[in-house]
Design a protein around this ligand. Sequence first.
Ligand SMILES: NC(=O)c1ccc[n+]([C@@H]2O[C@H](COP(=O)([O-])OP(=O)(O)OC[C@H]3O[C@@H](n4cnc5c(N)ncnc54)[C@H](O)[C@@H]3O)[C@@H](O)[C@H]2O)c1
Length: 368
Amino acid sequence: MTAIPIRVGIIGCGMVAEEYATTLAASSLVRLTACADADPARADAFGGRHRIPVTDPGSVLDPAIIDLAVILTPPHTHHALLLEAIAAHVPAVWSEKPLALTPGAAAQVVAEAEAAGILLGAAPDTTLGPAFVTAQEAVRSGRIGTVLSATATLLSTGPERGHPSPEPFYAAGAGPLGDMGPYYLAALDELLGPLQVHAAMAHTRAPRTIRSGPAAGKRFTAQAPTHIGALLTTADGVPTTLTASFDAAATRTPRIEIQGTRGALVLPDPNFHTGEVLFAEYGTFVWEPLTPAASAPQVAGRGMGVINLATALMAGTAPACAGARAARVAAISDDILRAAPRPDRGLLTGPRRLTASTTTTTTKESTR
Ligand SMILES: NC(=O)c1ccc[n+]([C@@H]2O[C@H](COP(=O)([O-])OP(=O)(O)OC[C@H]3O[C@@H](n4cnc5c(N)ncnc54)[C@H](O)[C@@H]3O)[C@@H](O)[C@H]2O)c1
């Protein structure tokens, strides 16, 4: 059995590592015993700020110094680092999203971890946050009755509005579905069960312009679809729709709405752990915030999944945010893109243009 505190090593000391370090430092179950980064200056600065011993990236994945590896590097590096950690027999491994760039590679990581007896956990861990736990309790307790449908909507202006170098968000495999989809799909998977894709459409508004920072005005080309719509069902046949777009100007559409026979729920942004969950009884159209569930955690933040993984390692149980869930989400994302007609295959010619006659009809009808 692994001794307490569980020794945690962070690999990748960038932006998201800051939030993980803060969350993990507040837990008595884990101790940050190592950090490493391909950029030694970054590792030194991060280690100094959080008082974590700095280790060489080539020697950090070692069960002699860590029990749990936390991979917080860019997406294209996850697969190789995860396989390295598994091969080194680090007892538990956590990955930021995605596990890998393809569903096949994600499934390989899950299979290799299982074969080696290593506990694998993966982001997102927002499903452990108080907002999601409160919504889950409302669904499970029957507050909204039988679930009839679910709608998940990410309508974003695109990262180029605020991010100084947004190009990676539009790389192949990224886009709104690759980058943000895991939060929405993991939330639906946890709330309603595994999903199946029936139809989808994807559109790429390829020319983009950086809108802030020193490179403002610079143009670049999106490699991933920038607007995706998908029709799915749960295993129980609950119709579910997903929209993920970086092509919005503004929106008032809820991020996630669940309709039931007795009422409806609106969940806050699944990219975050906290926020108000709204409930409206059937036919009232009056939305009231739900009191947080008794089981909702008091603390929240990225890194909760690592603490849960450490608990699972201690108890010999399965982690809440299992690598297998991340692999399922990767497969659903891939199914969505496969189901979508592709303009480059001649199946879709881009947005349909209104003809003179349809424009006239619309105008006539709207004045009736
Ligand atoms: N930034 C966020 O707000 C945020 C939020 C949620 C999830 N994420 C996810 O977290 C991960 C990291 O994102 P980030 O924004 O922190 O990136 P970042 O670029 O700020 O940091 C990544 C760090 O990893 C290091 N690195 C790269 N390759 C490495 C390797 N092979 N070995 C060791 N170190 C290596 C880099 O030098 C860098 O310091 C991504 O998977 C991203 O999707 C980020």
